[in-house]
Ligand binder design. Structure first.
Ligand code: MRU
Length: 352
């Protein structure tokens, strides 16, 4: 299932706010609308946001009326600022828009129309690469999943969080496809319930055994010996291996270590931000209070209650067994293994 794709001169996306009750496709021909869709979480999940940003910049090039290369580059720079501001934590967004913008800067001989075509082709390439990268992560990760494991999973990291297949859920899929009869404990993931709404839906569609749990049940399950491995994705990984992911991840990782359970983050190298020395420097998005006080428009807290709604937390690297990337599994010291993975990925893209 493709989460977003280019069709008839438009960017199409599944509207993830409506799942699992309604499956609707929305179309975009304006990059500003793409930026708003990212903010409003029509599309969400770090790699999917990155691909949406890339298509958004390709759309901005088509929207620009500039007749010179310099004019088009100026319009692209302005559009990039709008897209990059849509969500702050997932580094895949700026990674993707930078990749397209850098390409536009490198093509010094290209006329505006040739640049427009090149940017769309690059967005398509980036989206297709994402699927291939997820499958590679899946293959690496499947090797460390014990036979018949009970896997605890947080948020949604599946096809919907990427272009297709998934990061942590891609590892689950790969294990299942290789004949490993795994079972997944699906954290509901308050406040937006990506686990209950999206992960449960994806796993049920694939027929992969799963059980939905309230977030607060995870510690009890771990202490009762009912969890063999904890898997999640990430929105940004600092150079030292600290990982920012959906709020609640930190709690799971600490509990996993306390209970002697292996715990892996599954990330494409585009999520690794070597410019940040540690997780303390990762910007943490705060989201609207209604996400906490309301569920599907139904108010569940008193009028005028004070709310704090951080969308992500940082898990210090000491709680991670490893970080699974498309270049293999990174183990401590992460400063070295992550840098090597990032360099290997960049070399592969250069040589392709
Ligand atoms: O707020 P969301 O739904 O965009 O958060 C998504 C996550 O936290 C995922 O775990 C993360 O993007 C990595 S998985 C692709």
């Amino acid at each position: 299932m493709r989460t977003l794709w280019w069709e008839d001169g438009q960017l199409k996306m599944i509207d993830q706010r409506l799942l699992p009750l309604r499956h609707e496709i929305v179309s975009f021909d304006d990059y500003r609308a793409v930026a708003k869709a990212i903010t409003d979480m029509v599309v969400r999940g770090a790699p999917a946001i990155g691909a949406a940003g890339a298509y958004g910049l390709a759309l901005a090039a088509r929207q620009s009326t500039a007749r010179t290369r310099e004019g088009l580059l100026a319009d692209l720079a302005a559009a990039k600022r709008v897209l990059d501001a849509a969500r702050p934590t997932a580094v895949n967004l700026t990674w993707a828009t930078r990749r397209l913008f850098n390409l536009a800067q490198r093509l010094t001989d290209a006329e505006p129309d040739a640049l427009r075509a090149a940017l769309l082709a690059e967005a398509e390439r980036l989206a297709n690469e994402d699927v291939e990268i997820n499958r590679r992560m899946g293959a690496h990760g499947a090797a460390v999943i014990p036979h018949g494991a009970n896997i605890l999973h947080h948020c949604n990291t599946g096809s919907l969080a990427t272009v297709d297949y998934g990061t942590a859920l891609g590892v689950v899929r790969a294990a299942w496809e290789r004949g490993n009869p795994v079972h997944v404990w699906v954290d509901e993931t308050r406040p937006r319930l990506q686990g209950a709404r999206l992960t449960a839906w994806e796993l049920m569609q694939d027929g992969i055994p799963m059980t939905l749990i309230a977030d607060n049940a995870a510690g009890h399950l771990m202490r009762s010996g009912k969890v063999d491995v904890v898997l999640f994705g990430a929105d940004r990984v600092a150079a030292n291996g600290d990982v920012a992911n959906k709020i609640g991840t930190y709690k799971l990782a600490v509990l996993a270590k306390e209970n002697g359970i292996p715990c892996y983050a599954v990330v494409p190298t585009s999520t690794v931000d070597l410019s940040l020395p540690s997780g303390d420097h990762i910007p943490i998005e705060e989201r609207p209070w209604e996400e906490v006080t309301h569920i599907d428009g139904v108010q569940i807290a008193p009028d005028d209650v004070r709310v704090y709604n951080p969308a992500f937390d940082v898990t210090p690297h000491r709680y991670l067994t490893g970080i699974i990337t498309e270049e293999g599994i990174c183990y401590p010291p992460f400063e070295i293994s992550l840098r090597r993975a990032k360099e290997a990925a960049e070399a592969r893209i250069r040589d392709a």
